[in-house]
Design a protein around this ligand. Sequence first.
Ligand SMILES: [Zn+2]
Length: 429
Amino acid sequence: MSLMGTNLEHARGRNRRVAFEVVLRHGPVSRAEVARMTGLTPQTVSNITAEFVDTGLIREVGRRKGGKGQPALEYAVDGEGAYTIGVHLDQQRIVGIVVNVLGEIVERAQVLVASQNPEQVLGQVERVVETLVPSHTLRRNRLLGVGVVMPGFFERGVFVSYGPLSMEGWLDFPVGEKLSRRLRLPVYVDNDATAAAVGESLYGWGHQLRSFVYIYFGLGVGGGIIVDGQPYAGVHQRAAEVGHLIVNPGGKVCACGSRGCLERYISLFSAYEAFLHSESELEAATPEYLLAEFEKGNPALERWLEDAAYYLRIAVNQLENMLDPGGVVMGGVLPGPILTALIDKVRPLKPSIVSRSGSDLTRLAQGKVVVDTPSIGAAALPMSYLLHPATQERLALHASDTNSGSNSSNTFGVSGFADIPFFAGEPTS
Ligand SMILES: [Zn+2]
């Protein structure tokens, strides 16, 4: 990975990104250090840091002690300088959070989904966001954008494929565009499992593992492949559909058309199926209810756990042999104690190409971002979009054209940021 900048004027957007990333990752740092790490000239770094300080993204944290001459001023990212909103939407509930630049949750709101109708759901999302923003002192112009994550696949913010439990009326629905109109903010849409992997990469295991596979437990099972800090998207933006690895040929029928897919054995839904039998019970089941049954020692759940561990062991072996990852990390909305018990049962892992270099403890690990993982991943999308060109190719941005008053793209090639002071357009000087 390169954090090198360039001094060409037309690349000023990229220079800001790399400079910001250096301060975020290595702060407190002096301007000279930023210049050294990015390859930018001291003058360029000086201009950029002045802008960052003006707009509140970074701040001076004092002068370094010791050494000769005038001690260098040091800079760090200002946790309160900018915020993003993350929304996780699934078949049952909407969780919204406000996160600062450091990834800390400063506000949270949750509601139950009242209807499966897309327009009505977006109305609920709008109200969640409205309760989040005025309830905090943050200024709207410090909001970098809204990330929305949900099951399914998206192309440029449009829902293009059903998840295993289909959400009727969502096919071809332009989630990003519609929501951006309502909120008058840039909106980024992604698959919930991919976003959870990105969240884990930014704020959890990513600090130790540059490359890993993430297995996401939702109602179904999804995943993310993080390569050198970035999600690998695949040709059709559908990489890491871990849930549909066939681990039991000829086994249980799956909504994807195959039999014996992993998610038929290890997902939340498969756990519910182990002890609930009527359709209405299955629809009403929640992770909290599952946890209560687990803690009661429900024998059907014990059997489910044994089966789940058996099939997960096969999947981990396939992933390791195929990808040689730094580790396999598991997270999502499956209650933590159940996930811990599952990981215990999966060990010892099968031998694979990585078994000589890693212990079972690092080969398979529980995620470190344990609360609101998908929402944190969602909130990371706007930052990720600003900081990583690769993310810009992967994600669609939908900015309302009613608020910017301009069609021209700005520093980040994004029209939606035109009314945010820091992102107010390419400098004309
Ligand atoms: Zn399947």
